[in-house]
Design a protein around this ligand. Structure first.
Ligand code: UT7
Length: 343
């Protein structure tokens, strides 16, 4: 049976570093670096400049991953973008990315399908699962999976919004999922969701049940109330569920593959909060060196956290051929996922 493996990884983070102190200095947020570091582990994040969107960063990460896989954009059969911050309400970022990869240009155009996955912090694992299914079914040979977010434009960077805005940053990660006859690659992706918690962490912007969906002014412009405009979160509830659910998702992944936690060489966790990941590591008796973090430098980049961390680990040699990798994520929805990969 054909297997799906990750043939290339890449990432892009914007150059502008915003430290915790910059949030105070440049935006006037009433916080302290100690508060943010102690609660989350975050020291800085990256913010993209005006004019830069999700598919711009995804395109740079994608080109990085294609180069690592020694492939060209025209080798792709499918594009999947996981994001909660697409350029527009519709269409999704996938089609903008396709265009930016040059796939719509001239006589050589290749109009491959392009789709967006809307699963927030677990978006990358939902997208990976879709890519693997396409490859295993013989529907695609090479699939581009990007997790990319432009959070900075949609954060309430005032004291009112500090609980959410101090956590998030911009960036993009990408992988190429390719077909192989070798006995390696993605062994399984295990997904779950619990819609009872759909509004615990959400950004509403509009209510489509209303006519019109956004209150209209006499001049035909719309007005969005602050509670609709900005993301809201019950942080303590998310934290509690994240720990238990990610533990369960990892146990499920191990059980389905007849392996123990001790068989895993590297754990790539969603980077929402270093305390969540350290708590899970402690519960599973996993040594620190098996759980890399980059939340200190990038904050929470939602769908991009796992592919950025993966690309960094490949680049600096922490992830080498023959190693067994576990991934786990949890977030808004609630949605979650885990994966086992023989690298
Ligand atoms: O990737 C998506 C998934 N998201 C997560 O996994 C996030 C999970 N949750 C968390 O990481 C934590 O709940 C947070 C780090 C978000 C918050 O930590 P917490 O210990 O749960 O704080 P809290 O929200 O209960 O707030 C405690 C206090 C509040 O003040 P009062 O009401 O007690 O006076 C907040 O206003 O801390 C205040 N606070 C802040 N103070 C300084 C909230 N944010 C800040 C801040 N700086 N940035």
């Amino acid at each position: 049976m054909v297997q799906a493996y990750i043939s290339g990884t890449g990432f892009y983070v914007p150059p502008r570093v915003v430290t915790n102190d910059d949030l105070i200095r440049n935006y006037g947020v009433d916080t302290t670096s100690e508060w943010i570091v102690q609660r989350t582990g975050i020291e800085a994040r990256r913010f993209a400049d005006e004019g830069v969107g999700t598919s711009d960063m995804a395109a740079l990460a994608a080109r990085d991953a294609l180069a690592a896989a020694t492939l060209q954009p025209h080798d792709l059969d499918l594009i999947i973008v996981a994001t909660l911050s697409p350029e527009h309400a519709f269409p999704g970022s996938g089609v903008f990315l396709q265009q930016k990869l040059g796939l719509c240009d001239g006589d050589n155009a290749k109009f491959v399908p392009a789709l967006d996955v809307r699963n927030q912090c677990s978006g990358f694992l939902y997208a990976l699962s879709t890519a693997v299914a396409h490859v295993r079914a013989g529907m695609a040979k090479h699939v581009l999976v990007c997790g990319a977010e432009t959070h900075s434009a949609a954060l309430d960077l005032s004291t009112d919004g500090r609980t959410v805005s101090s956590l998030f940053g911009d960036g993009a990660g990408a992988v190429i999922v390719s077909a192989t006859d070798a006995d390696r690659g993605v062994r399984g992706v295990y997904l779950g969701a619990d819609g009872r918690f759909a509004e615990v962490l959400c950004q509403k912007i509009w209510d489509i049940r209303k006519r019109p969906f956004i209150p209209k002014n006499p001049d035909r412009s719309g007005t969005v109330a602050p509670e609709m405009l900005w993301a809201s979160m019950d942080g303590k509830l998310v934290f509690k569920h994240a720990v238990g659910t990610m533990l369960g998702a990892l146990m499920r992944a191990c059980g389905n593959n007849n392996i123990g936690i001790e068989d895993i060489d590297l754990f790539l966790f969603h980077q929402a909060n270093m305390r969540i990941n350290q708590f899970i590591a402690h519960q599973l008796h996993v040594p620190d060196e098996k759980i890399p973090h980059n939340i200190q430098r990038y904050g929470n980049t939602t769908a991009a956290t796992i592919p950025i961390l993966l690309a960094e680990c490949v680049r600096d040699g922490r992830l080498r051929p023959g190693m067994k990798v576990a991934m786990a994520a949890f977030g808004s929805g609630f949605t979650w996922g885990s994966a086992i990969i023989d690298w």
